[in-house]
Design a protein around this ligand. Structure first.
Ligand code: GLU
Length: 310
């Protein structure tokens, strides 16, 4: 009789959206990347995509593209994992950091081995790995993302990448510091250019939810092709759960209870293995860098539908 206790996933979206939209919005749009500071704080949208075409629902600004920023690190990790499998973990660890996403502190204590692939240090190392394996990593990365989403309109936003490049002192410092430990092997500027491009990928909530379904489907894409093995997909979900929300991963697990990843563009994507992927976008961030409305929306969604993994 489980279904009696669950509100239908798709029909729950609009009431939750209206409820959160009616509340006083708190938070602040990310302004350390000048292009992101221009985004309207009122934007708010979400999209739910059920597995195997068993339903979908969009609300609000779900068809408007936004900068997915660190969410793209799920794609770069997936591509690197597909290419290197377990050898990947010689260059980056899988532990939560408990520090801000752009922190330098642990790197010195841990000899240039980033805590995980989702903090900036780890994502820069993943970009270095891909730069060593691929002739044109930026092109291959975009192909990978487009194939996952089945959508060739997905692009980098060159203006956002350049805007971040111009102010990216912290990432420059991180990359140089890691390089001093020998954990960056390719041309530093090229690796950083690739990193900034990766973060500039634009998607809307529909595209984002659809493109992440491979993690709900045990690593298979919408055509049934293997992107990752079931074990690799399980592990990426585990890293999303433990490391996907800067130093607020515990809070997200506690309140929402799904593997997920956020970005400073205000997007959050979360995955319920075997069931669905859901994307939310609202650019107002809390002090940890996670979307305030995004967190509130997903907390309500997994509570109402009783679909947390816990
Ligand atoms: N491009 C951003 C940075 O490197 C990504 C931050 C994020 O979304 O967590 O600071």
């Amino acid at each position: 009789m489980m279904y009696l206790r669950r509100m239908s996933y798709t029909s729950s979206l609009l009431p939750i959206y209206n409820q959160i939209a009616a509340q006083q919005a708190s938070g602040k749009v990310a302004d350390y990347i000048p292009e992101l500071a221009k985004i309207s704080p009122d934007k708010f949208g979400a999209h739910l995509e059920m597995l195997n075409g068993s339903g979908s629902q969009s609300v609000g600004d779900s068809h408007e593209k936004f900068s997915i920023q660190s969410i793209a690190k799920v794609f770069s990790l997936s591509l690197a994992y597909q290419l290197l499998d377990g050898k990947l973990w010689e260059r980056v660890d899988v532990e939560p950091s408990g520090t801000p996403f752009n922190s330098l502190i642990q790197l010195e204590l841990e000899n240039g081995l980033p805590r995980n692939p989702f903090i900036n240090a780890g994502a820069i190392v993943i970009c270095d790995i891909l730069s060593g394996l691929l002739d044109n990593p930026a092109e291959a990365m975009l192909r990978f993302i487009r194939d996952l989403s089945g959508n060739d309109s997905i692009c980098y936003n060159i203006r956002v990448a350049a805007s971040e490049r111009g102010e990216g002192y912290r990432n420059l410092a991180l990359a140089n510091f890691i390089r001093s430990y020998g954990n960056i092997e390719n041309d530093l500027d090229q690796v950083l250019d690739f990193y900034f491009l990766l973060c500039s990928v634009e998607m809307n909530c529909v595209e984002l939810a659809q493109s992440m379904l491979y993690l709900a489907r045990g690593g298979k894409n919408h055509l049934g092709q293997t992107i990752l093995t079931p074990s690799q997909a399980k592990r990426i979900n585990a890293i999303m759960l433990t490391c996907g929300f800067y130093d607020e991963a515990g809070e997200f697990a506690y309140r929402v209870g799904l593997p997920g990843k956020s970005g400073v563009g205000g997007g959050i994507v979360a995955v319920k293995p075997e069931e669905y992927a859901i994307a939310v976008w609202s650019p107002l961030l809390n002090e940890k860098g996670n979307s305030c409305r995004g967190m509130a929306f997903l907390e309500e969604f997994t509570s109402v539908t009783k679909s947390s993994i816990f």
